[in-house]
Write a protein that binds this ligand. Structure first.
Ligand code: F3S
Length: 390
């Protein structure tokens, strides 16, 4: 891979051991994937934040680094709400380690926002055509597909390396040739809300790491619905880029190799195969809720009391901005947690079955959260928390 004189100097250790190690990671990845060179990134979103996932070895690795980020860099969700971890049922030991992890990132100059929806809180992190180094799969999908930026799905170390060096290797979704549609998906059904998660869950399993191009019969999904669609495909498959005709920045569909049709029957089958019956907790906010989603949840809960635990996950900045909605939601007995989510927190291990409106949580909860999962619409999830059903 070609390195400029400055990059070569970093690689040789002229700017210290930490940067040398970081450059080594970038060059190794570039060599593996046949990158010609490095490219500057506008922002970085770093995975490897929940102490549940990184453990002691990860914490030591981060704590060892002696350097500062050179581009705006924020974090993926942590293993707990950084303020209200006791209400989540997190123990002191885990909390201590999680706080140490956050402090290690703070020392590196990383902004302490722990969210998978950075685009909901900072406009300046990504714009069409920008090269990024983001980690969390739903954020990667949103950046590539909805914003029209360019990022691979970075691992924790490679994202951190990009944050400290300010560059990433030019391969994968940074290149035009890897951004062409591979599958045309004709959807012959109306869709709303969690249907986009169900559709994504289905298509992700079919297309794997391909690039689906959706034709939605003139539907115009909201940004939250696009967020849910991409998140589910990234989890049930490893889709990092998709297009929706006339909605997302899209190339012509002509290149797609195959076509599939999905109707109401197939969408209903996803719900039927993942029933929510017997859930002992309901969790919303995967990916993290937007202000509009908080508003809808607050409206559905108005004047009512939940009978089951109901978690609503969001970014702290969103919760702070909409403190009236958070208060209204919590008035019902539901809990709004920030900085974390139902998949990356060990707090969910005490539950046996979770109901969610998210296709991504549906895909990840059994493996990563150790909890069985059912999928229902947002309205049905809230009905279950109110025990109007099951
Ligand atoms: Fe975000 Fe956690 Fe879902 S990181 S996309 S809320 S699994």
């Amino acid at each position: 891979m070609y390195l400029s004189r400055e990059e070569e100097g970093i690689y040789q250790g002229e700017r210290g051991e930490t940067l040398r190690r970081m450059m080594e990671i970038l060059v190794a990845l570039g060599d593996i994937y046949g990158a010609e060179k490095l490219v500057p990134v506008r922002s970085v979103q770093i995975a490897g934040v929940s102490y549940k996932n990184i453990g002691e070895a990860g914490l030591e690795w981060i704590s060892d680094l002696q350097c500062s980020v050179v581009v705006p860099s924020i974090l993926n969700p942590a293993g707990m709400d950084l303020c209200r971890w006791k209400q989540m049922g997190i123990g002191e030991g885990f909390a201590l380690k999680q706080k140490e992890t956050i402090e290690a990132y703070r020392k590196l100059g990383v902004t302490i926002d722990c969210t998978c929806t950075p685009y909901q809180i900072y406009e300046g992190l990504a714009a069409k055509g920008d090269h990024l180094a983001w980690s969390e799969s739903s954020a990667v999908s949103y950046a590539n597909s909805v914003i029209g930026a360019r990022t691979n799905r970075e691992g924790g170390p490679s994202a951190l390396a990009a944050a400290l060096v300010g560059k990433t290797a030019l391969y994968g979704y940074h290149l035009d040739e890897n951004r062409l549609p591979t599958l045309l998906v004709k959807v012959e059904s109306d869709l709303r809300g969690s249907d986009y998660g169900a559709l994504g869950f289905l298509v992700g399993g079919i297309v794997k790491d391909g690039v689906p191009f959706f034709r939605l019969r003139g539907l115009r999904p909201s940004l939250d619905e696009l967020k849910a669609l991409g998140a589910a495909m990234a989890a049930s498959g490893s889709v990092a880029l998709y297009y929706v005709e006339d909605v997302t920045p899209a190339p012509a569909v002509g290149q797609a190799e195959e076509t599939i049709c999905i109707g109401r029957k197939e969408i209903e089958e996803v719900y039927a195969q993942h029933p929510g019956g017997g859930a002992d907790v309901v969790a919303l906010g995967c990916p993290h809720c937007s202000g509009q989603e908080l508003e809808k949840i607050a409206r559905l809960l108005q004047g009512k009391k939940v009978q089951k635990e109901l978690w609503v996950c969001t970014a702290r900045k969103i919760a702070d901005k909409h403190s009236d909605l958070v208060a209204a939601i919590e008035e019902s007995g539901a809990q709004v947690f920030c900085d974390t989510c139902m998949v990356v927190s060990p707090a969910t291990e005490r539950f046996s079955r979770m109901m969610t409106s998210s296709g991504k949580a549906l895909a990840y909860l059994p493996g990563l959260g150790g909890v069985k999962a059912g999928l229902e619409s947002l309205e049905e999830c809230i009905d279950v928390a109110l025990e109007r059903r099951y």
